[in-house]
Design a protein around this ligand. Structure first.
Ligand SMILES: [Zn+2]
Ligand SMILES: [Zn+2]
Length: 520
């Protein structure tokens, strides 16, 4: 892995280039209209480019995009400096008096709690402008030094889409222009090739052509049905998982899909996670939920016996089926679904065993990467933020720092490269997120390896340690093969549908040949 990967994206050169390109595009778009006619909303850099949202007197066309690109190249050629100015809320409002969306954002900044993109923020930020040429934006940067540092042959405006102001469907729909920007022309070319190739490999398209799975209206959206050919693949994956997990001394378990409400109250899923769960059903006066996760049920198996330190670590594994409510607009092929079969396991261990257990999980990930020929991946250590304690995160600052350090130490000792990201942990502990890249370089978020120092106590889980005292175990949640849905979706695109023989739904075909007597 190159050093560049270790810098957070928000501090990278590419981020500054894309952010600057967004401003340059916004200038070009506003110049298409009379002064004050174009209302500008927000324009952040995103993973592979940037966008900007506009409220305009008319709909933009593809011809407009060409004209905007052309004007952007002129602005780039002008080498206009990006200048920052810190201003008061009054000055900001005066500058943007004709810009209602900016006024709303400035008011958010003034009250604190939101950044200039309307994202929630812990501290109250300063208000600043960035100006280049004739265009000023409410912005805290960072930017390149001048517009000339955006390569005029390494950006492209991709498409126009509708987007609601602040992502809320009750608000006005704006016009969003997506663009991409890179350092060099070749990088842009590679990216565009990758997009084309990804279209050809789209798992929704290939999955249908190869007859691997189907979605049926009468069954329901987001509920994939695996056909006989698709089932060959998922059974091979399960066989692989069983073989690996047996070798790593896991104990398979089986649990029901439906459980009483009380269990999810205790686990903390209710009420916090209720929006992502299927609504409850009532039976004999008791409310039941279909499970969104397997963890609470595995915890009950651990807690069903008195455990001694001699029994630990206990590793309970299950290809568990879970159900989550995803909004219909967010469903996406096999990647975002409402029912999923997860390569789940929960490892209960003492603090002393933690490092070894955690790294054993990382080793399993690496075994799978080898098997599937995944040579590019990034592990991200997601940490808590002190400001989120008691809200997003379990309120125990000391345990957070301690477990984060345990993970960091384990990763360092194992020589596994990773990047740290603030404020993305699970509510009960730090985690390692694994992002993998397919053969054509497309990124997939595969799975997580999470440390849980909070929930075992809620479930009253304990073991008798070697001093004869009760101790609460740590729990590691892991799912290296993700869900069947996500994994098969990834593999279809990774292999472009040409599965290795062991995974292939059709390994051999017997073709009848009749020899023509005359020719013989
Ligand atoms: Zn900006
Ligand atoms: Zn879990």
């Amino acid at each position: 892995m190159s050093d560049e990967k270790q810098i957070p994206y928000q501090q990278s050169e590419l981020y500054k280039i894309r952010h600057s390109a967004a401003h340059i595009m916004a200038q070009a778009v506003t110049e298409l209209f009379e002064p004050g006619e174009a209302k500008v909303a927000i324009g952040p850099p995103i993973a592979e480019g940037f966008y900007y949202d506009f409220d305009l007197p008319r709909n933009l066309t593809n011809e407009d995009l060409e004209a905007i690109e052309k004007r952007m190249r002129q602005i780039i050629a002008g080498k206009h400096e990006f200048r920052k100015a810190v201003v008061s809320a009054e000055e900001a409002k005066a500058q943007f008096k004709d810009q209602p969306y900016k006024i709303e954002l400035i008011e958010g900044l003034e009250q604190g709690g939101f950044d200039e993109y309307g994202n929630p923020l812990d501290e109250k930020p300063e208000i600043s402008f960035y100006t280049h040429d004739s265009f000023t934006d409410l912005c805290r940067g960072p930017h390149v030094e001048n517009t000339g540092q955006v390569n005029p042959s390494a950006f492209k405006l991709m498409n126009i889409a509708g987007a609601y102001w602040r992502g809320d469907e009750h608000n006005k729909q704006l016009q969003r222009i997506y663009g991409t920007a890179w350092k060099t022309k070749d990088e842009l070319k590679d990216y565009l090739w990758q997009l084309e190739e990804a279209k050809k490999r789209d798992h929704r398209k290939l999955g249908k052509e190869l007859d691997l799975f189907t979605f049926e209206e009468e069954v329901g959206p987001g509920l994939p049905l695996w056909t006989p050919r698709g089932t060959v693949i998922i059974e091979q994956l399960e066989a692989l998982a069983h073989e690996v997990e047996r070798r790593h001394r896991y104990s398979p378990v089986r649990t029901p899909h439906v459980t009483k409400e009380d269990l999810f109250i205790r686990s903390g899923h209710l009420p916090y996670y209720e929006e992502s769960m299927y609504p409850p059903m009532e039976l004999e006066g008791v409310r039941y939920f279909v499970k969104p996760m397997n963890c609470p049920i595995h915890h009950k198996i651990f807690g069903s016996q008195l455990r001694s330190y001699r029994d630990l670590p206990i590793r309970l594994s299950e290809y568990g089926t879970c159900y989550r409510y995803e909004k219909s607009g967010e469903l996406f092929g096999l990647m975002r679904v409402r029912s999923m079969q997860m390569n789940d396991a929960h490892i209960y261990c003492s603090e002393d065993d933690f490092e070894q257990e955690f790294m054993d999980v990382i080793a399993i990930y690496q075994e799978y990467f080898d098997i599937f020929g995944i040579d590019k991946y990034v592990m991200r250590l997601s940490l808590h933020s002190p400001a989120g304690l008691g809200k997003k995160y379990v309120d125990n600052g000391r345990l957070w720092l301690k477990t984060e350090d345990m993970v960091r130490k384990a990763m360092d000792n194992g020589n596994v490269p990773y990047v740290e990201v603030q404020d993305e942990a699970a509510f009960y502990g730090p985690k390692i997120d694994v992002q993998i890249y397919s053969a054509i370089g497309r990124e997939f978020t595969l799975a997580t390896n999470q440390v849980d120092f909070a929930v075992p106590a809620r479930f009253d889980l304990k073991f008798i340690n070697d001093q004869g005292e009760e101790e609460i175990p740590l729990c590691i949640h892991r799912a290296p093969l993700s869900t069947h849905e996500r994994m098969v979706g990834f593999l279809i695109e990774h292999y472009a549908g040409k599965f290795p023989v062991w995974l292939s739904p059709e390994q051999v075909r017997v073709i009848p040949i009749r020899v023509c007597p005359k020719a013989g």
